[in-house]
Design a protein around this ligand. Sequence first.
Ligand code: B12
Length: 458
Amino acid sequence: MSRVLLISSNTTKEPMPVYPLGMALIASSLKQDGHEVKQLDLLFNLENNPLSVGRSISQFNPDFIGVSIRNIDTVDSLSPRNTWYLADIKHLVEHIKEACQKPIILGGPAFSIMPEQILEFLGADFGIVGEGEISFNKLIHDLSNNIKTKKIRYPIGTPINQKQFFSPLYEKNMVNYYFDESGMLNYQTKRGCPHGCNYCSYPLIEGKKFRYQSPEFVVDNLIRLKKTFNIDTLFFTDSIFNDRQGHYLKIAELMIKKRCGIRWAAYFRPENITQNELKLLKDAGLYAMEVGSDAACDTTLSGIKKSFKFDDIFTFNENCIKAQIPCAHFFMFGGPQETQTTVKEGLKNIERLEKCAVFVFSGIRILPKTGLSKIAVDQGIISSNNSLLKPCYYVSPLIDKNWMDITIKEAFHRRKDRVFPPEEGLMRMRALKVFGFKGLLWDMLIKHKNNKSRSFKL
Ligand code: B12
């Protein structure tokens, strides 16, 4: 059996610190196989001890080191911080190499989006694309037995099945830190995304088919989380919570039946949802929805290959108002087929969305192996040999970005529930945090009848 040091390299606290769930799952699967595991979370540890990496390596003396990489950048073309997280992670890898000569294995959502580029840039030894629970154990087995192996493994082709899901190995001191800082913990109930949106990386990370945990498994884990750590609020990290098969409703039913007592938020796709379903979700603890509306008119929705129309977004929002569930819609302007006409139409459409928060991004981060990257090459926006490691944004050649940004800003002027540029939202969140507020916080920007204690005068 091996000694494995897992390091979560993510240190960003914006928009909130996010518990390193991927690392907790890898730790769980390694433990189950009998390995000795230490989880080192840089965000939590560096605050307490900047020397934690070197110290952990010399104290724990690992045989293997796994580095989890969550973010590449902020996906925000207007971010004045212009953050590119991989630079710090390169320093981390150099630091590890100075401390020991053990194999460094990379994984995580950011790594899975551009594995070849990141492995080369960081100079690590191996990498696993997509879910790592079973494949990490196999890699360790092969390396320990001198079995020849490729530098990068792609387990997405043989995804883990329903019975192979693991319960995350949450650690008490980390849970306390993240819950205190962000007011929530996280849990994933299923993997995969069957939708073919052309800019999106989710199928690269999780595969194209939904793979569900059984409702019993989910709810037992939630109850354990609550009992062990006294956690009452969480975010379901599923790419999309409302799958068309209605598996999410079964989870909600069981949460009610077992009196789970947890309030939660999740990502929703703006598709047909009935009042009865919304009531069920609310009874099960749903308190806020982040809606992947993504483009603001039918032309640009079809430009990014969405199968819904703006009317669906509108109806979804109206249903949520009736059910009194706060919603935040996320839109990207500047995608394929964006013109002055579609920007104006989109802003008019957004005006129709009442009692909700709206966040707008300008341009779309181009990621490799996506339909958008092909369009960008065809339109001469990027060259075909661009590694896309550094932030690169698609902006429709039919639009002047400056004009678009100014027009959106003017349209949202003086509205607290409309956020553009995205950094504006971070500033509002920071201000609220100073007053001790925690959580998603955008729900405080909306007037809702059932939301009195958390409402802002607009
Ligand atoms: C939910 C989510 C959020 C929520 C998180 C809520 C919460 N409290 O947890 C919110 C809205 C807050 C959020 C914010 C952001 N997010 Co986000 N988010 C996601 C999402 C949909 C799921 C992440 C998740 O938790 N998955 C579940 C866990 C269990 O899976 P996992 O971490 O991938 O781990 C598995 C594998 O990756 C692998 N693995 C993980 N670690 C390791 C380590 C080793 C050694 C190995 C072998 C394998 C391995 O095995 C794990 C188990 O199978 C992903 C997209 C996606 N589908 O992955 C984007 C994603 C991670 N986010 C992204 C980004 C950019 C951000 C923000 C920077 C956006 C912004 N400007 O605000 C912030 C950063 C927040 C932060 N503090 O880090 C990007 C990151 C890549 C990139 N383009 O840079 C993603 C991939 C989406 C995208 N646009 O492409 N996010």
